[in-house]
Design a protein around this ligand. Structure first.
Ligand code: GLY
Ligand code: MN
Ligand code: MN
Length: 473
């Protein structure tokens, strides 16, 4: 946990934002995997974690805005639990770690909420994303399960986003820990990307690095030479010379801060001419976008800057034709990059996505596009110092999408479909970094992970001595 003052300050700032009522935060509970006592790895709710810090299942926190008080609800363990779990801190001591003076047994929560509702006070709560939480909220608020989602507090959502989107220095330090792990995960993945190696060997190895260094992966690893499938969680291919392998992977720290990095490498360690040409376009898009990051700029503009870089590059490669601006206006780039440039990152890898993407990435000045591809842009609003976001352009050759658009006669003025036919076996390339918006510009977070063609080839050429030097062997 951070120092208790971090959590006290956050709750006090929340009170100022909310002005009245009580904010109820249900922490997560243990969830059964395949029978009751065999449970999924416990992952605390990120909002509970943000305001209360505690990493124990079965707790709830209340911020009483009207009375300027904070409460923790949870149960002390009994001897039966101690036999299996070992001695555990008392709830009152856990509360003190979070800067809270008053704690109650969990069963007192129902009466507390009922009393507040009886007094006509607003009980703010955030959108639940687990069935257990829906059921608990339904019971506490005495409303049907299906009605819970209609009662979430937009005021609390907006207040939580306003606080969480600006990262504190202690949070940046955590993210950089997750990124150091990502450095080892990705450089190891690069070194293992040799013909004949199974994708699963690499995915398992780098997941192990994550667990050994910081904690679980921050999302299921995407690792495949079929990189044209954007979120490919299948790892059954045996790597082949001439293909490229995408690794999109990150780790989570003890305090649940994430990293989210993508690198794409040629199997065997040497780019051929066709791979190098497409790779360089994606790298240019990544680096141009990063260069443009500074406070005051809408991220949607940077998304379209990356789109223009991609169109210009694909024109030089003979895969696109026509005027770049017109092509981007028409959305022709979405045939190659049918996703957004990036998203916020922090306690969640897609930070705060559970609160509603439009509250996180958009605001009253900027609304989500309904156009194919651009509609997937998760972050569009004006950047502020303290935002941490991903920059993840890509070029993908998706045979089904190429066939669909071609058969519909789409983008005939901008796409050289004849030449594109010969790229259907290419796969995809994505290059992703995690970037902090600073007062004057930006800082790419973490220890730099090779991404230029020369650096990737150099890393992949280094013998296994590298693993020894870095302390793995
Ligand atoms: N790791 C999924 C993404 O990059 O958004
Ligand atoms: Mn990613
Ligand atoms: Mn990402």
């Amino acid at each position: 946990m951070f120092d208790k003052t971090v959590y006290t300050n956050r709750r006090n700032r929340l009170k100022k934002e909310l002005k009245s009522g009580i904010a109820l935060f249900l922490g997560n509970v243990d969830t059964a995997f395949n029978y009751p006592a065999n449970q999924y790895h416990f992952r605390q709710d990120s909002n509970f974690s943000y305001f209360f810090g505690l990493d124990n299942p079965g707790f709830a926190g209340v911020v009483d805005v009207d009375n300027d008080k904070d409460y923790l609800f949870g149960n002390d363990v009994d001897i039966d639990d101690i036999i299996w779990m070992g001695k555990q801190p008392l709830v009152k001591d856990l509360a003190a770690q979070a800067g809270i003076e008053t704690s109650f047994p969990y069963n007192d929560l129902a009466g507390f909420v009922k009393k507040a509702l009886g007094e006509g006070r607003k009980v703010h709560f955030l959108p639940p994303y687990r069935g257990e939480t829906v059921i608990e909220l339904s019971a506490l608020l005495d409303i049907p399960n299906a009605a819970v989602k209609n009662e979430v507090s937009v005021d609390l959502i907006k207040a939580a986003v306003k606080l969480r989107e600006i990262k504190e220095d202690v949070e940046i330090e955590e993210i950089e820990k997750a990124l150091l792990t990502a450095y080892y995960m990705h450089t190891t993945s690069m070194k293992m990307a040799m013909p004949g190696v199974k994708e699963q060997d690499i995915a398992g190895t780098i997941e192990g690095i994550s667990l050994a260094m910081t904690g679980p992966v921050s999302f299921p690893i995407i690792l495949s030479m079929d990189g044209q499938t954007l979120h490919n969680h299948s790892h059954h291919n045996i790597l082949q010379e001439g293909r490229m392998m995408v690794t999109d992977a990150g780790s989570e720290t003890d305090l649940h801060y994430a990293s989210d990095i993508t690198r794409t490498v040629p199997v065997g360690g040497k780019f051929n001419a066709r791979q190098a040409e497409i790779y360089q376009i994606v790298l240019d898009a990544n680096m141009n976008a990063i260069e443009a990051i500074k406070p005051g700029v809408p991220y949607r503009d940077i998304h379209f800057l990356a789109a223009r870089t991609i169109v210009n590059g694909l024109k030089a490669a003979g895969l696109m034709i026509g005027d770049t601006e017109e092509a981007v206006q028409a959305g022709a780039h979405t045939l190659f990059m049918p996703h957004g440039l990036g998203h916020m990152m922090g306690l969640d890898v897609h930070d705060m996505e559970g609160l509603g993407e439009d509250y996180v990435g958009y605001d009253e000045t900027i609304t989500r596009s309904t156009e194919f591809g651009t509609a997937y842009l998760r972050l569009a609003k004006v950047l502020k110092p303290g935002f941490v976001l991903t920059v993840e352009p890509g070029i993908y050759f998706i045979p089904d999408l190429i066939d669909k658009f071609r058969s519909e006669g789409k983008f005939l003025d901008f796409v050289n479909y004849e030449k594109l036919e010969t790229y259907k076996d290419f796969g995809g390339i994505r290059i992703e970094d995690d970037v902090l918006v600073t007062e004057t510009g930006h800082r790419v977070l973490g220890k730099p992970i090779p991404k230029t063609i020369a650096d990737v080839e150099k890393t992949m050429a280094e013998p296994r001595e590298w693993l020894k030097r870095e302390g793995f062997l």
